[in-house]
Design a protein around this ligand. Sequence first.
Ligand SMILES: [Zn+2]
Length: 146
Amino acid sequence: MALKIPAKLYEQLRQHGEATYPHECCGVLVGEFDASGGKVVKAAVICGNTRTDSLANRYHISPSELVHIQRDAMLVGLDIVGFYHSHPDHPARWSATDLAEAHWTGCSYVITSVEKGHAELTNSFLLQDQEEAKHFEDEPLEVIED
Ligand SMILES: [Zn+2]
């Protein structure tokens, strides 16, 4: 199983992290779950970062923004398959806060490290199991042709 993302969208989410540096960027990945449990991203929706207390190491997508994105996705037969955000001057690994704030089991959480304003690594993590037992697993990220 892997998260498949077209090259253009992959570049878009990495560039978003560069554009908001030294703050975190965030967005939602809309796409399809395929029969084997993998996911294909069809769109990356840029979200505003609504955290005002700590923009450099926190991200938050407002519930109303999320509801709109989900409704728009369902109208065209798609689903929310994941989320992305950046880590300014930090590794592309999930943090304890990222896990605590992740609630979409089966979705991908994509993190890009942005070092000195330049996007470096981008990794994907799959959220598994429900609340008390939830955890992230490394997930292959496959960049596909547009
Ligand atoms: Zn994070």
